[in-house]
Design a protein around this ligand. Sequence first.
Ligand code: ZN
Length: 204
Amino acid sequence: MGISKSTAKEQPFEVRSSRVHGKGAFALRAIKKGTRVVEYLGERISHGEADLRYEDCDVNDNHTFLFVVDKRTVIDAGVDGNDARFINHACDPNCESEIEDRRVFIDAIRDIKPGDELNYDYQIGRERGDPPNVDEIYACRCGSPKCRGTMLWPPKRAKKKAKKRAAARSVASKPRKPKRGTSRAKAGSRVATRRTTRKAKRRK
Ligand SMILES: [Zn+2]
């Protein structure tokens, strides 16, 4: 509500089918590194509302249009969403998500050529209640030599020691540590519709 749709007018990409996953977003012209590509729009709802809405979602459904803004708010691009929702995940992406004033934007982090598919790292957080085949459900086929094989982050369940190291590292630099549960999911991550709540955790 009240969010400007002006970015849509000058949208520098088009949506068409992608080899990576369903539909994708492809640059219509050269996009310079640092360019704000599009705002991620959709209905702004609470985590609780997101839970209710996708309670019955199939656990094997890897489609997710939810984006965590912060502890309070999730953007559901399945309702009133714009084309930003079609930007696919990649492990070595040319864009990244940025949160500013509780709005989500997709910015280019590289120079992008016309025709290139736009993508960013979804960094979907792992959770205790994840099914054993969670990496299959969220398998990544981005095709990059740096592909980690999954849209989840971290790539594998971190051991305690590794976690400590990661925590120490994240103080100084970017790698943000995912938290457990959607309401505690890291801001700026896409989340799976089926794991929006704590109660989902116990499910196996
Ligand atoms: Zn990948």
